[in-house]
Design a protein around this ligand. Structure first.
Ligand code: SAH
Length: 215
């Protein structure tokens, strides 16, 4: 069950999906997910009119809801199927979490900003999304308790690749992580064996930083 939605919003969302197809997104399930999630509800009401533009917007606590193209690009790289266990670092508004729920995955998601964590925890079930767990904590550590994951997505710019995220991947699992300080290179690691990882690099993206608690 999704939240109430107007025809106008649904129409704008269809347009957004067309934009994403034009930009090269191919995965039908990802496009369908974006077509069915009321992105305007994940944003401050003052931005509601812009919710279906392919842009990032502020969500409070100095953070942003990612650009739809970025969400689609990362989701496509994860190559998940229904029932897969996945980990997200950076719950933020919960929009990417909702996409992963729409894809039928069992989602664990970590957020380090208390305010955003609380908001997502209340809001997602309200509009029918039930991630397995939303956790308030530090994504650099991953979430060993529920590992291994078929896919891990990092939705903030990581200055380096945190080791725990690689070690919490299942064999054959995929880590999608933007790596870099000012701008980030979208990077995919595929775990080939206990010790071997294949690395692929994609284009440049811009994310808010993955923050490290140095204490
Ligand atoms: N997936 C989100 C993107 C939010 S922006 C969305 O669709 O809205 C990135 C998020 O990562 C922010 O909410 C930020 O607080 C969070 N973040 C930054 N560093 C983190 C860390 N070390 N652990 C967990 N979350 C982190």
């Amino acid at each position: 069950m999704r939240a109430k939605d107007t025809l106008k919003q649904a129409g704008k969302r269809k347009q957004l999906v067309k934009v994403l197809i034009d930009k090269g997104i191919k995965d039908k399930k990802v496009l369908e997910a974006i077509n069915s999630i009321p992105r305007h509800l994940f944003m401050d009401s003052s931005f509601e009119d812009h919710a279906y533009q392919d842009k990032a917007f502020p969500i409070g606590a100095d953070q942003t809801i990612s650009q739809p193209y970025t969400v689609a690009f990362q989701s496509e790289l994860m190559e998940v199927k229904s029932g897969d266990k996945v980990l997200e670092i950076g719950t933020g508004s919960g929009y990417q979490t909702a996409v992963l729920c729409e894809l039928g995955t069992k989602v664990y998601s970590i957020e380090r900003q208390k305010e955003l964590f609380k908001k997502a925890k209340l809001f997602l079930p309200k509009i029918g999304y039930r991630p397995k767990q939303l956790i308030f904590g530090d994504g650099y550590k991953g979430l060993a308790e529920f590992a291994p994951y078929k896919a891990i997505i990092v939705t903030a710019g990581a200055p380096y690749v945190p080791k725990p995220l690689l070690s919490q991947l299942a064999i054959g699992g995929r880590l999608v992580i933007p790596v870099g300080e000012n701008a980030q290179i979208m990077t995919l690691f595929i775990r080939k064996s206990e010790t071997q990882f294949e690395k692929h690099e994609f284009g440049e993206f811009r994310f808010v930083p993955l923050l490290e608690d140095k204490n």
